[in-house]
Design a protein around this ligand. Structure first.
Ligand code: XBP
Ligand code: MG
Length: 239
């Protein structure tokens, strides 16, 4: 049994199932706003999730799935504008409460907070998206419940690179072997493990269920898996 110096949470797919009904829909709305007839359906979006980060994902789509489209000379500017429009749609959806937290997430966060266990966030998504989800689900003050929020372009390389977990660990003054990471994807596990985190709890979702989690400590369908005890701090100490 090892002490837990902090919990570090991924956001998309881990705190909430945001990809299929949140990010994907927001991308499609931004495309329509900009007169583009692109439609990312549920299956295609699963393939696009190979690449993390929304701007990187749009470029990947153009390179691999829509080679016919003649992108403007200023590709970076074009993608950045499209992505900014997507973020506005995503934030509006979160403010409307479209996506709830996954089972057990709020319970565990409240338990950690009551026990004085520090929490942070390590995600590839944009900071505004994180704060809009937290505000809509846990309330305005909840941003302050997290010691560090590592998000988006704050590091040059997104998951599966370890940079975002390394950034959060550095900011917290902790080593990887002192914390527990929560992830939902193979890329997330690679990122956390390569940052030196050896206790990684995965909660899968439809997009990630068949990915490689060989470096995770425990893989569950959720923090409240059917027919098994719910994950609480005592269970985390046994990881
Ligand atoms: C999440 C992502 C994000 C979102 C989109 O990965 O890949 O890119 O899909 O967010 P993870 P932005 O859960 O591993 O952090 O559009 O804001 O980039
Ligand atoms: Mg994720």
């Amino acid at each position: 049994m090892s002490e837990i110096a902090a919990l570090i949470f991924d956001v998309d797919g881990t705190l909430a199932d945001t990809e299929r009904d949140g990010h994907r829909v927001a991308f499609n709305r931004a495309f329509a706003d900009n007169g583009l007839d692109w439609e990312w359906d549920v299956d295609l979006y699963g393939k696009l999730l190979t690449v993390t980060g929304g701007k990187e994902r749009i470029k990947f789509y153009l390179k691999e799935f829509n080679t016919e489209y003649e992108a403007p000379d200023d590709l970076d500017g074009f993608v950045a504008d499209l992505h900014a429009a997507k973020t506005q749609h995503y934030k509006a959806m979160m403010a409307d409460g479209v996506i709830p937290l996954r089972p057990g997430v709020e319970r565990l966060i409240r338990e950690a907070r009551a026990a004085g266990v520090p929490m942070s966030i390590a995600t590839t998504t944009t900071m505004d998206n994180v704060t809009s989800l937290l505000e809509a689900t846990l309330g305005k003050d909840s941003i302050g419940w997290f010691a560090e929020i590592g998000a988006g372009d704050i590091v040059p390389a997104k998951k599966p690179a370890p940079d975002i977990f390394v950034w959060v660990l550095d900011k917290m003054g902790l080593r990887g072997d002192q914390v527990i990471a929560f992830e939902d994807s193979g890329h997330g596990v690679t990122s956390a493990a390569d940052a030196g985190i050896n206790r990684i709890l995965v909660t899968t979702n439809d997009y990630t269920a068949n990915q490689d989690f060989s470096r995770a400590s425990l893989v569950l369908e959720s923090l409240e898996p059917a027919g098994q005890p719910a994950v609480d701090l005592a269970a985390l100490k046994r990881l």
